[in-house]
Design a protein around this ligand. Sequence first.
Ligand SMILES: [Ca+2]
Ligand SMILES: [Ca+2]
Length: 357
Amino acid sequence: MAPFPHTFLLVPVCAALLLFAAGVHAAPPPPVPAEGTLRVATWNVENLFDAEDDPDNPGDDEYTPGSWRRWTEERYQAKTRNLATSIAALRPDVLFLAEVENLAVLTNLVRALSELSEPFEMPYIAHRESGSTRGIDVAILSRHPLRDVVLHTPVPHMRGILEATATIGGTDATFYACHWKSWIGNAEENIATRQKEAAAVRELVLKRLSADPDAVLFVGGDFNDNCDGASLRLGLHATVLRAELADVAEGPVLYNMVGDIPETERGSYYYARRKVWNTFDGIVVPPAMLRAPGEAGPAWRLSTATPHAGVYKPDQGTDEDGRPKPFRRVRKKDGTDEFMDGCSDHFPLWVDFQRVR
Ligand SMILES: [Ca+2]
Ligand SMILES: [Ca+2]
């Protein structure tokens, strides 16, 4: 037999072994986007604080070299490098971020991306300091210039909704970055806060769509509510079920792209205490952006490629059980401490769109 078939066989076997060595549960990144693709991703990067104590931000006191977290410059830079490596593998054109301390950590992340052995340039940053009591903000990184940056604050002392616009392929695209109220504290108050935040985003989206029914827009981030939760369904009017898009009695129903990810692969956050996967992260678009490329409508549509949406489990950010691996000091059950050297307690989520005109 000619040697050729053997060589052919050897490649997949080696790839499988490498995958095993890297941890069977991390997964290769999605395919490199084809020409004319817009890849939008969202990632809650879990407390991306620098190591300096900002006297104006009491929320950062947990993340200083002298704090229990032992948050040193070295650890901060190591976490940033892990995030950069994972983002470069995912190759988003626009990335929604949640839980960043300030503009400096974003600039540092952009620099880390450009200093990789295979640099990935995302030089444009949208960020505004929010009034968050935890001292964390939302942000947007982009390969395209961002403008008209506005922070909407429907609820005081929260992260707010960060809006920014980019002209991509000759069309304006508007991005709304979200990080709604968490589950910490009073449950009823939290639900009401999320509802208020969701309703505020809904209002911004409807305003944009009434000015231009073919508007290209993306609502992305960590909603702190599952993809079928009340704030998304009743506040934002976003669904994961395409059949529900037809119900337009209260205006257009938006589509949460999580609906296109198989249910067994949707988990982006693992709640260890209850041993359950959640999908708090999402990217929501107007229904017109789902139309087939041949139909009239927005210049950017959901990609017809397979797959076109997913949760990415990066090598650096996935533990041996296939769950998100954070980067922080943790107290173990036996009372000893451990420094986890991953990325975040969330996985990033991505969706591909394509230009149709
Ligand atoms: Ca700080
Ligand atoms: Ca401080």
